[in-house]
Design a protein around this ligand. Structure first.
Ligand code: ASP
Length: 294
């Protein structure tokens, strides 16, 4: 049974095929490859983009989509997560798309079901479909080969599942990573170059990935204020200047904290292109795993 818990679940060759599919889905209306397939979305944490992106992707491929409203589900009546998953599994879905605040939950569920589990974000651990769409967007921008391209990941890296998944995926395609954050947002051990000073790296990178401060994962406030943080790390037009830099952000953006109004409106900022590409990449991932599982 194939699952997408981390990006390591896919080989490089599979990712290449997946991207070729995504590219074709962007160009021509997709065939209904998942007709009569059932996909359940199970989100224990808030989501704007990821849930709707997966649901649109599934529907475009002709699948039936059911969303379990967790607030009204039996987990609220004391049913364990595994029993909830086992009960959903008994209804015969082809895939369950899971988001949970606790790292490891999608993996644990995958051991109790016989359908594909897609991790739509688990704690600070992983967000594989986001990293795949980020990589897809970067490759599309540079016309394919990204070996040797440099990316600065800026912000709350330690608490970001998006950063974690990208730190695993992008080097597999030859990208070099530099982490830019205040000391308390940097991982304690990392193989990547780190700096606390954004200005130091701007002349050396091709891509900047800005991240949201993950306040929901901070036990207590660890930055005096988001305004202070923005003073050092906000991606402003003034800081970027005329540099030829691709600017990404997984959303939701803290406007004028992560990226300022001017850069959000700048053509170098591809946040909405990431969202558009995300649907196509998720279509390709759903197709790949569901059809592989038979
Ligand atoms: N949407 C992304 C996530 O779910 C990033 C974020 O929330 O900051 O991890």
């Amino acid at each position: 049974m194939r699952h997408l818990i981390t990006t390591d679940d896919l080989t490089k060759e599979e990712i290449e095929t997946l991207f070729a599919d995504a590219e074709s889905f962007l160009k021509t209306p997709p065939p209904k490859l998942l007709q009569n397939r059932l996909i359940i979305t199970l989100f224990f944490e808030n989501s704007t983009r990821t849930r709707s992106s997966f649901e649109i992707a599934a529907k475009r491929l002709g699948a039936d989509v059911v969303h379990l409203d967790v607030a009204k589900s039996s987990t609220k009546k004391g049913e364990t997560l595994y029993d909830t998953a086992a009960n959903l599994n008994a209804m015969g879905p082809d895939a369950i798309i899971v988001r949970h605040a606790q790292s490891g939950t999608p993996y644990q569920i995958s051991r109790h079901v016989d359908c594909a589990i897609f991790n739509a974000g688990d704690g600070a651990h992983a967000h594989p479909s986001q990293a795949l769409l980020d990589l897809f967007t970067i490759r599309k921008h540079f016309g394919g080969d990204i070996a040797g391209k440099r990316i600065a990941i800026v912000g709350d890296i330690k608490n970001s599942r998006v950063a974690n998944s990208n730190m695993r995926l992008l080097p597999r395609f030859g990208m070099e990573i530099v982490l830019v954050a205040p000391p308390h947002f940097l991982p304690t051990a990392t193989p990547f170059a780190t700096t606390t000073r954004l200005e130091e790296v701007l002349d050396e990178v091709d891509v900047v990935m800005s991240l949201r401060t993950q306040t929901e994962r901070h036990a207590h406030p660890i930055y005096a204020s988001l305004k202070d943080y923005a003073g050092d790390y906000c991606i402003t037009k003034e800081r970027i200047g005329e540099r030829n830099i691709l600017l990404l952000h997984p959303g939701p953006v803290h406007r004028n904290i992560d990226i300022d109004d001017a850069m959000l409106a700048d053509p170098r900022c591809k946040v909405l292109e990431q969202v558009r590409n995300g649907v196509a990449v998720r279509m390709a991932a759903l197709k790949k795993l569901i059809l592989a599982n038979g």
